[in-house]
Write a new protein. Structure first.
Length: 474
């Protein structure tokens, strides 16, 4: 498995642990530089190359890249951002092995390929906009070593300005910045190279984040029945706002829940009745409805309406002890800071009961503004929100982050842009609910749902995706 994500600090630790295990640091750098050179060789015909080296170990990797490409007959120029005498450690040792000239000025000249070995994932200051413009404006492919310069490997954000790479070669494991936006776009295609760090170092590092992938769902028993597959409830909005709940209800049914009931007013249910067949309808008070303990998972929020009525229903749902998905209006109804804290207390009143929040960024900040810092990365925001609220948090977007209160987190990478369409989030909320009904814990249900949501959109294709056609592809 290579889906673990290491922060820059964890990657430094992996290097140190590899050295402690007997792998020389110079060997790691030599292997890394050669891996980049071999990737270039695989992708591009021989052409004039400009290797741009910085003052640290990223620059040392660049000296290795230049040496191998030159050995293989490529025309190579190398430019160094600082005086050669300022290099230290392994970077200085690799610079000493380079027998070609070192240019003090960065000039693209006749280069038809640029290797960006200026700064790595741990960049601690802003990258100059003028230098980024020079590289990005050259009109030639850029291969980045570790990360494109200017990209923060922890957050995926740009420090000042950043290089845009066609290919990024990184080592041992990817970093959050490779998959969080806008880093994912700036990196281009990310190639993961094995440089000889023992896999055993992961046991000591114990990373808590990884890329979201498919998880195996429990197989249905051949002796089972529909109640054994779970009974989901979706709370409806008013008669002119029924579509969102219906999308969620059908999604819960299609992803395997044995039964699904939509709860709402008689006026709203009259509209639903004209649209659904297998989904059941109930106008009973939500507390009465959930007194039937077979109803074990509830989705509330899609077009439910913002205000006291929805807050009261959320209270009833959470007090029932059923697994709960809080989406859209079920979150924004608690936008006041005092109400948000009350929501968190309600979530904690039934220990062990899964609760999943599925906010987009706007809804997220309505709940957590003043409680969290906007300076944190999306990954850290989701983690802190989960710890604060006691719920699994699905912070949606092109780089959806799923975080559990215990610090586990996954970043999703399979969602296509076509998912940015009305009702898509309602379908996701329904998938989570259906999986909770089948007995998955909150984190497993959320991660599986986000992955399946993306895969359904990919199967449907990039054109003309609607929430209805997304349901068809589930």
């Amino acid at each position: 498995m290579t889906n673990e994500l290491l922060t820059p600090e964890e990657m430094y630790r992996a290097d140190s642990l590899a050295v402690r295990a007997g792998v020389a640091s110079l060997t790691l750098m030599e292997t890394a530089g050669r891996a980049v050179a071999e990737e270039i060789l695989r992708r591009y015909g021989a052409r004039p190359v400009l290797v741009l080296c910085g003052p640290g170990n990223n620059g040392g990797d660049g000296f290795v890249v230049a040496r191998f490409l030159k050995r293989w007959g490529w025309p190579v120029r190398l430019a160094l951002l600082v005086e050669r005498e300022r290099l230290t450690g392994d970077a200085a040792a690799m610079a000493a092995r380079w027998d070609g000239p070192v240019e003090a000025e960065i000039a693209i000249g006749d280069a038809r390929l640029i290797v960006d070995a200026l700064f790595g994932a741990g960049l601690s200051r802003d990258f100059p906009a003028s230098l980024a413009e020079t590289i990005n404006g050259a009109g030639v492919p850029v291969v980045a070593v570790d990360v494109p310069s200017g990209l923060d490997g922890l957050s995926g954000r740009v420090r000042g300005a950043a290089v845009r790479a066609e290919v990024t070669v990184t080592f041992f494991r990817r970093k959050p910045g490779h998959v969080l936006m806008p880093g994912r776009i700036l990196c281009g295609e990310v190639v993961l190279a094995d440089i000889g760090i023992p896999e055993s170092v992961l046991q000591e590092i114990a990373p808590r984040a990884c890329i979201n992938t498919e998880i195996l769902l429990p197989a249905a028993s051949p002796l089972g029945h529909k109640y054994g597959r779970g009974y989901a409830v979706v709370v409806s909005g008013g008669p002119l706002a029924t579509g969102a709940a219906r999308l969620a209800a059908v999604a819960a049914l299609k992803c395997g829940a044995g039964l699904v009931t939509v709860s709402g007013s008689r006026e709203a249910l009259a509209v639903h009745a004209a649209q659904v067949s297998a989904v059941m309808l109930s106008d009973a008070d939500i507390s009465v409805l959930l007194s039937d303990r077979r109803k074990n998972a509830v989705c509330i929020g899609p077009a439910a309406g913002v205000g006291e009525a929805t807050r009261d229903k959320v209270d009833a749902v959470l007090l029932s002890g059923a697994a709960t998905v809080l989406d859209a209006d079920a979150l924004t109804s608690f936008a006041d800071a005092g109400e948000a804290q009350r929501l968190f207390r309600l979530i904690g009143m039934v220990p062990g009961r899964p609760v999943v929040m599925t906010p987009h960024a706007g809804e997220f900040w309505l709940i957590f503004k003043g409680l969290l810092s906007e300076d944190d990365s999306k990954l850290e925001l989701a983690r802190k929100a989960a710890a604060l609220s006691g719920a699994v948090v699905v912070l949606k977007g092109a780089d959806t982050v799923i975080a559990a209160p215990d610090g586990r987190a996954r970043i999703n990478v399979n969602a296509p842009p076509s998912l940015a369409t009305a009702g898509s989030g309602d379908v996701l909320a329904g998938i989570v609910t259906g999986l909770l009904a089948q007995g998955l814990d909150g984190f497993a249900a959320a991660t599986a749902a986000v992955w399946r949501h993306g895969e359904a959109a990919n199967r449907r294709g990039p054109r003309g995706l609607t929430a209805e056609t997304l349901l068809e592809a589930l």
